[in-house]
Design a protein around this ligand. Sequence first.
Ligand code: G3I
Length: 355
Amino acid sequence: MRKVFFTLFLAVDFFCSAQQIQVPSLKEAAGFSIGSSIRFVPFMQDDVLRQLQAHHFDSYTAGSDMKMYQIAPREDVLQWARVDSIVAYTQKHNQRLFGHTLIWHSATPRWVEKKAKKNPKWLDGFMKHYIQTYVGRYKGIVDGWDVVNEGFNTKGAGYRTASIWYEAMGEEYIEKAFRYAHEADPDAVLFYNDFNIERDTLKFNSMMKMVTDFQRRGVPISGIGFQMHIRMDIPNEVIAYTLQRAADTGLQIHLSEVDIIFNTHDDSKGGGVQLYDRLTESMRLKQAQKYADLVHMYQDIVPKSQQYGITFWGFNDRDTWINRFFKLRDWPCIYDEQLNPKPAFYGFLNALDAP
Ligand code: G3I
């Protein structure tokens, strides 16, 4: 049936503008939640984006709007207006709101860093107040949180030590963040979230050591977030291996920031290497296969009860963070620069095996 859709909609695609395209809905085809990161202000001004978002997704992750630099821009200021608007939007559209992210070295406002450098003891109290006010305010509304994001080194083993949280509080900051969040909302699903853990087994092992230690000691972690910013040449076998080991913990597994690039980078700002200048038809088809492979791995390896969902980090090549951040021209998403579905979209859709 889906194959018929595929042919039909490719034909429709040829004659119609983006607004007119009616493709099957991802959220209806999936047996788990499907989401995308969203930048709220431009999103609310873009009718096509909003139509597509409501059609395909039942989970909403803020790309930046819920980070600490937005919520606590100055000392003694906590600003909720944007989050309240996001809550209103998600409730109106019956979408799950996912909280990204409570503690992330890279989203820590300058004033917090300065203050903690002068007085490291202050940071724990601030963290507790921030997390409990925030999680408490949206208790029962935000379904789950990336409690700590990117707490391990970019490459290889070990904690990320170049972080004010680690410098002031040691590795215990991660455990404390989970405990504070759990106290504020015992029903919220609490994730540790990181990148490259699907491919860098040294980094993955460090994270798993922490996760299993948390489980053994009753630290309230409920999930592992694989950001899953992957490349076409990351072997499926490696991804399957790490997913399997993570699923074996019994925790929720979220593919939390999915995109698939062709070019490469060194993980730093501006660190892109432009290997491909244009997107050929054969590349589009290979990418469709890779998206399908990812869905198959998620469905086959992660038990249904542990499938928290798949979230794209932006769903179209026009707005993707990849090009801005790495100074690249790439095409990592399921929709293209004109907001039309790519073969990647159909690869993803056709691999979904529910309901
Ligand atoms: O809001 C201002 C806007 O007013 C201004 O006109 C514009 C000009 O540059 O900047 C806007 O803020 C930007 C914000 O994104 C909103 O788009 C910030 O400069 C920019 O630094 C910020 O970047 C975000 C980044 O995280 C840092 O928060 C990216 O959009 C977002 O995609 C990226 O997401 C991260 C995940 O949280 C964690 N995993 C990696 C992922 C990609 O880096």
